[in-house]
Design a protein around this ligand. Structure first.
Ligand code: UDP
Ligand code: MG
Length: 223
């Protein structure tokens, strides 16, 4: 069994060295055959150099570098198209999603699930953001025809079968957590506490967050 982990990164030079250590040590505990696909989303700092260093240290760390900043969801998609694993995980590059949980996600898949996604029990974020997310996900649930789970983001692990269906959907207004639900299969929500970003500033601007929220509503609802 081979595992792919896709990680989008945009101007994360402060985090890459820690990301390398934490993800590597979380993985080698339970698997040898893995690849970590970091997608450099048009970073303007030293992110790309640091990612290449990771690859030099361990060739299981791979880099996909985009020609400009396309956004978090597009970066995930680019990484997913390069993933060669039997199971494919998605985590953010700021260590808000604990990589140690990927082993538990894999165990759930071995129990018979096809998709295991993180459900945020607690968020360590600023108050207005927490409130906005809470309201948004509840609104989306009301208006959408697809049962998009509450308080879940992209943090997940899926089987190759599910990935093939997601890639075949040819969706371009990307809201991966919606498509991941839309494709069906056996899905399991794994509750966890979402950590604070390890360092640096959030890379999602308000404009990008609205774009994501818009895609969620307009791609999955006729409301
Ligand atoms: N990111 C990206 N492209 C962007 C914005 C963000 O690849 O245009 C990456 C970012 O580096 C991080 C992940 O996507 O690894 C999530 O972004 P962020 O932490 O800023 O989002 P938030 O947690 O605030 O929703
Ligand atoms: Mg974050």
């Amino acid at each position: 069994m081979k595992i792919s982990v896709v990680i989008p990164v945009y101007n994360e030079e402060e985090i890459i060295p820690v990301l390398y250590e934490r993800v590597s040590s979380a993985m080698i505990k339970w698997i040898d055959d893995f690849e970590i696909i970091c997608v450099n989303d048009g970073s303007k700092d030293r992110t790309i150099d640091l990612l290449i260093d990771c690859h030099r240290k361990d060739p299981r760390w791979k880099v996909v570098s985009l020609s400009r900043n396309f956004g978090h969801q597009a970066a995930f998609l680019a990484g997913l198209t390069h993933a060669s694993g039997d199971l494919i995980a998605m985590i953010d590059g700021d260590l808000q999603d604990p990589p140690e949980l990927l082993e538990n996600f894999k165990n759930k898949i071995l129990d018979g699930y096809d998709v295991v996604f993180g459900v945020r029990k607690k968020r360590k974020e600023i108050v207005w953001k927490k409130l906005a997310y809470k309201i948004y996900y509840r609104f989306l649930k009301k208006v959408s025809q697809v049962p998009i789970p509450l308080d879940s983001g992209d943090f997940s692990m899926i089987t190759r079968n599910v990935l093939n269906e997601i890639l075949a959907s040819k969706e371009h207004s990307l809201f991966i957590r919606g498509i991941r639900s839309w494709v069906g299969f056996q899905q399991f929500g794994y509750e966890y506490e979402r950590d604070k970003r390890y360092g640096g500033e959030p890379k999602y601007t308000l404009k990008k967050l609205f774009q994501l929220a818009y895609n969620g509503v307009f791609s999955f609802s006729t409301f």
